[in-house]
Design a binder for this molecule. Structure first.
Ligand SMILES: Cc1cc2nc3c(=O)[nH]c(=O)nc-3n(C[C@H](O)[C@H](O)[C@H](O)COP(=O)(O)OP(=O)(O)OC[C@H]3O[C@@H](n4cnc5c(N)ncnc54)[C@H](O)[C@@H]3O)c2cc1C
Length: 395
């Protein structure tokens, strides 16, 4: 069965070109000043709160949020352009990424007025940094089997359980925890909620899980009868599954799903251009750029659907102009995009000039070491293909 997608035409327009030029100018100046060097997978590995605050000062964190919550009232497409430039430059954006991409929008949509005022302006200043704790030792792809649970007590909840792979929990001010707040009903997805937990709360232990390179971004996080005040429940009790599904759409459809290795491709193109015989690399480079362009088109169309007022995570097909719900298209973007990110590393590895420049060698090493995680994080590609297959079956 074929999946037909009708993608709406996208015209980014001259105002967006101006914004793009402004961001590029800022990034060039930062690079020249030595504030960062381009890195692969910088939205996970490049953690620099000072850099995030510099972006925030320009209104580029939480930029789509209303001004009364510290945002800049900019459009989703404007945010898309800024995001794209930051990723293409390999800039260190990990410190504010989770808040900007999904936690802030989720608080805006589901939070109380008090939560919006408490968290959003501080997040938009990149002063409050967040981590997301969903995965557990026995609950990754099958997230609904999670065991971390919060029981109601006077004034709030007592939270206990164990999370793994929680990126940057050791640096976060707030950890958004997906947990069970009541037993499952007929559907296992019932009874799950989200709590915004202060990382400094008594009873939390954060232990590093180091990756092969020795880098530390992953953690195991233990919650031992952690008291969480009632006003830190995000949304209604039991709505956590729908909320996290909507967050994951935002996590899966953006340019972060195909640009993690773009700085490597750029360094490769530069090295090819400077080599004595560039023609040998034209074909692989051309294929890479063509694939990136197609993915970008798909990704922008989801951003347009979201900008058009569609709530991510809804399941009705067609009304977003993509022919499919954002959830399905986001699954496609992530499946195709992350495989492309991995393929690009291979393209460069096989076609790199002999005696490559030092920066290309460094970026290639970063790409090789980071790429296994691309198809796992944010939901594995096998699971995403299941989402797409179910949508096909429902036609
Ligand atoms: C770089 C990185 C950053 C991460 N950051 C975070 C974070 O900040 N917070 C957080 O909560 N989690 C995070 N994760 C965890 C991530 O969400 C999980 O790794 C992912 O959901 C898969 O879960 P798992 O590792 O338990 O693998 P499993 O679910 O055990 O899957 C193992 C393999 O089996 C396959 N598989 C499982 N079920 C099926 C099925 N039904 N059909 C077909 N194949 C199947 C999977 O596709 C996979 O290949 C991160 C992971 C990575 C790699």
């Amino acid at each position: 069965m074929a999946l037909a997608l009708t993608l709406p035409p996208v015209h980014l327009g001259p105002e967006l070109d101006e914004l793009r030029a402004e961001v590029r100018g800022f990034l060039d100046a930062q690079r020249r000043a030595g504030a960062f060097e381009p890195a692969c997978d910088a939205w996970l590995r490049g953690y620099d709160p000072a850099f995030s605050r510099a972006l925030a000062q320009r209104g580029w964190v939480g930029m789509t949020w209303p001004a009364r919550y510290g945002g800049s009232d900019r459009s989703d497409l404007e945010r898309y352009v800024v995001t794209e430039e930051l990723l293409a430059a390999g800039a260190p954006v990990a410190a504010h990424w989770g808040a900007d991409r999904q936690v802030g929008p989720s608080i805006l949509r589901h939070g109380t007025e008090e939560q919006r005022q408490r968290f959003l302006p501080a997040m938009a200043r990149a002063e409050v940094l967040v981590a997301g704790a969903m995965s557990e030792p026995d609950a990754g792809s099958d997230l609904a089997s999670l065991r971390t649970a919060a029981t109601p007590v006077e004034g709030g909840w007592l939270l206990s359980g164990r999370k793994v792979w929680t990126s940057h929990a050791h640096r976060a001010d707030e950890i958004v925890v997906l947990c069970r707040t009541s037993p499952p009903g007929e559907r296992r997805h019932e009874g799950i909620s989200q709590l915004i937990v202060a990382a400094s709360s008594p009873g939390i232990t954060v232990r590093p899980i180091r990756v092969l390179t020795g880098e530390h971004h992953f953690n195991e996080v233990l919650f031992d009868d952690v008291f969480v005040p009632g006003d830190r429940l995000l949304g209604r009790p039991g709505d956590g599954w729908a909320q996290i599904t909507a967050e994951l759409v935002l996590e899966r459809c953006g340019p972060d799903r195909f640009l993690s290795t773009f700085p490597l491709v750029r360094a490769f193109a530069d090295a090819v251009g400077a080599s004595a015989d560039p023609s040998a690399a034209w074909a692989p480079l051309g294929r890479a750029v063509a694939s990136l362009w197609a993915l970008r088109r798909l990704s922008i169309s989801v951003a347009v659907a979201v900008a058009g007022g569609r709530q991510p995570g809804t399941t009705a097909a067609g009304a977003d102009g993509t022919g499919r719900s954002p959830e399905v298209v986001a699954a496609l973007v992530k499946d195709l995009g992350t495989r492309l990110e991995q393929d690009l590393v291979e393209v460069v590895r096989l076609a790199a000039p002999h005696d490559p420049p030092a920066e290309l060698t460094r970026l290639l090493a970063e790409g090789v070491l980071s790429s296994p995680g691309f198809t796992l994080r944010g939901g594995t590609n096998e699971i995403l293909r299941g989402i797409v297959a179910k949508a096909l079956g429902a036609r």
